[in-house]
Design a binder for this molecule. Structure first.
Ligand SMILES: Cc1cc2nc3c(=O)[nH]c(=O)nc-3n(C[C@H](O)[C@H](O)[C@H](O)COP(=O)(O)O)c2cc1C
Length: 185
């Protein structure tokens, strides 16, 4: 038995303990569009928080890893106030994982990784083709202070896209898992 004091461990250890134990987590595959460039990136500090109003929360790091530059998704949502949040089906896991790579702001993951997009509403960024569930959202607000390296973005769901059967991938630690059903679940 041990009790770990989170104030006395490194942030990477905190991440491992949280990501390895708050499981499974869904993955928000977020599409944003800014000055004609489509950006796609996955986020698993992600959950639904309220139905009145319909809000979800995605926590986005302020900066790209090792670079003193904002994450594209962070910058784009702040500037455009819009995001299409796709839920990831098992068959797109590998493609989704690739889009976690750090790329310069002017390079689109869609082009680099050959990800097909589908425009379902002219007022929102497109969704990733093959994603069977997606939320078209507008920025509701953020919660920020100086200590925070990762900022929770509250997004208000404007519309939801639904298509056929959907088996989501789940994030477990640094890996992925399928869900299995339990009786009486
Ligand atoms: C499955 C998965 C989950 C991730 N979850 C998060 C997260 O919750 N918050 C975050 O800031 N970065 C997360 N990342 C890392 C971002 O996807 C990564 O920093 C990406 O380069 C950001 O892209 P952007 O600069 O185009 O927004 C995750 C990566 C993967 C593969």
């Amino acid at each position: 038995m041990q009790i770990i004091d989170f104030e006395k461990i490194e942030s990477v250890e905190r991440y491992k303990l949280m990501a390895g134990n708050i499981i499974p987590r869904p993955v928000a595959w977020i599409v944003t569009e800014n000055e004609g460039i489509i950006n796609i990136a996955p986020f698993s500090y992600f959950t639904g928080v309220s139905s009145v109003p319909p809000l979800l929360m995605v926590s986005i790091g302020r900066e790209k890893k090792g670079i003193n530059e904002p994450k594209d998704t962070f910058k784009n949502i702040k500037e455009t106030k819009k995001a299409s949040v796709c839920l990831v089906p098992i068959e797109l896991t590998e493609k989704m994982d690739k889009t976690g790579e750090v790329l310069p702001h002017n390079i689109s993951e869609a082009e680099k990784f050959g990800i097909e997009l589908q425009r379902i509403d002219e007022n929102f960024p497109p969704i990733v083709k093959g994603c069977k569930r997606a939320f078209l959202t507008k920025l509701y607000g953020t919660f920020e202070n100086e200590e925070m390296a990762t900022i929770p973005f509250f997004l208000r769901i404007n519309k939801m896209y639904i298509e056929g059967e959907f088996e989501p991938v789940a994030r477990v630690g640094k890996g992925y898992a399928r869900l299995c059903e339990m009786e009486n679940g």
